[in-house]
Design a protein around this ligand. Structure first.
Ligand code: PLP
Length: 429
């Protein structure tokens, strides 16, 4: 069959659709333009050279909008804050996991989130957001956006019903709701927000006000394998690539996936704010994507085995693992509709309080005491005194964070070894 799509961009073999894990090996990289290199080389360069003065002139005319792009003209590379081959391949491959039209990579998850909010919110707008969100995101929403004249209203009803009501009341009082920002599941308790209900609320608002708010979902925790917000009608999925996607605990990066019309605007903002992923980080991201499905699947299965062990242990009072949700709980219905698996990070509570939690942590030998999640290595932390230490005791209580709560991110070690470590620490403590 004759096709105009070059082999490194084919997503099917005849009528057979190729899966993302297959495409991660070669999609977007043409060995012919890299001296035959099987793997995409690292383009560790800040600038790209022009061959002639005429070529440079033509580029800048286009870049500064002095002329229209010719029908077959490809935008060329000039400077790595704007674009770079490693970034391009990473973005093409990231988009495949959520079947997104387009993707952009950033220097961190926070760079992706803040650049997205600054792109789509204007003074006088209101942002509705699911409370709680990651600490950095909350800080930006509560402390930075108001200074720019952007109001923010948090909602905590995890079924979204209250959101709909709140949103309609807000518009009746004259608020201009420009975006609905969700993070689900919430850390550390794994509370879910119903994405489809929020998408429906955004549509209703669009019909009543003539302006549909963008639905932006932080999909770091379960994505892109176990939750796909774009499929559920969200406009943008944002990620900290530092977690499951980077997966080796050795890079800091972020991403945003969505429709081309939105990402064109976001790309311009990224270029001026400068939060782009550098070439080496993008290259590391490509390395990571090749094993993404293997790693996330292994870690998710390990986490289930570890959670089952903890759930049966007499010293453990509660396990906040999504697979422990039971029929009849509204969260169970959201989980069934929205998620494909429970992921690899969850909280659990042990008998006693901070003293017992610290004794347990100090006795662990394999599982490291560190923040972060989604890596190959298992890590554990004490949210009340570590990641959420800046919250008042009242706020911690409101979020369900107790002194005996620990958040565990399960890696890809042998699960029996992890269980052995947790068992000896629990029994000694
Ligand atoms: N979103 C979530 C859910 C996170 O957990 C984090 C970091 O832990 C971020 C965003 C921020 O990502 P980064 O640390 O890559 O800036």
């Amino acid at each position: 069959m004759i096709t105009s799509v070059p082999s490194h961009r084919r997503r099917s073999l005849g009528s057979h659709q190729l899966q993302p894990e297959t495409l991660m090996m070669g999609y977007g990289h043409d060995p012919a333009v890299a001296r035959g290199a099987l793997k995409c080389p690292l383009y560790q360069t800040a600038s790209f050279a022009f061959r002639t003065a005429e070529e440079a002139k033509a580029f800048f005319e286009l870049a500064y909008g002095l002329r229209e792009r010719a029908p077959d003209e490809e935008p060329r590379l000039v400077y790595s804050r704007i674009d770079n081959p490693n970034l391009q391949v990473l973005e093409e491959r990231l988009a495949l996991w959520e079947n997104a039209e387009s993707a952009l990579a950033f220097s961190s998850g926070m760079a992706a989130i803040t650049t997205a909010l600054l792109t789509f919110l204007r003074p006088g707008d209101t942002l509705l957001w699911s409370d709680p969100a990651y600490g950095g995101t909350e800080f930006f929403i509560e402390n930075v956006l108001p200074g720019l004249g952007i109001a923010a209203t948090g909602f905590t009803d995890h079924r979204g019903g209250q959101l709909q009501q709140q949103a309609l009341e807000a518009t009746q009082s004259g608020a201009r709701i420009a975006a609905i920002y969700l993070e689900t599941p919430a850390s550390p308790t794994n509370r879910l927000v119903d994405i489809a209900t929020c998408v429906a609320a955004a549509r209703t608002l669009g019909e009543t006000t003539g302006r549909k708010p963008l639905v932006i979902v932080d999909n770091t925790f379960l994505g892109p394998l176990w939750q796909q917000p774009l499929d559920l009608g969200a406009d943008l999925a944002v990620y900290s690539l530092t977690k499951c996607i980077g997966g080796h605990g050795d890079l800091v990066a972020g991403a945003c996936l969505g429709a081309r019309e939105h990402l064109v605007q976001l790309r311009s903002m990224r270029a001026v704010l400068g939060g782009v992923a550098d070439p080496h980080t993008a290259w590391l991201g490509l390395r990571s994507l090749e094993t993404l499905k293997l790693r996330m699947t292994a870690a998710m299965k390990n986490a289930q085995q570890v959670a089952d062990f903890l759930g049966d242990h007499p010293r453990v009072t509660r396990v906040h693992h999504l697979a422990f949700l039971r029929r009849g709980d509204p969260q169970y219905e959201v989980y069934r509709r929205q998620c494909k698996a429970a992921g690899s990070a969850f909280a659990f509570e042990i008998q006693g309080g901070e003293v017992e939690a610290f004794q347990f942590l100090n006795r662990l030998q394999l599982v490291k005491l560190a923040i972060g999640y989604g890596g190959t290595e298992s890590v554990i932390e004490h949210p009340a005194t570590m990641s959420l230490a800046d919250l008042t005791p009242e706020r911690q209580h409101e979020l369900g964070v107790t002194p005996g709560m620990l958040r565990l991110s399960v890696g890809i070690e042998h699960p029996d070894d992890l269980v052995a470590d947790l068992r000896q620490a629990l029994e000694e403590a």
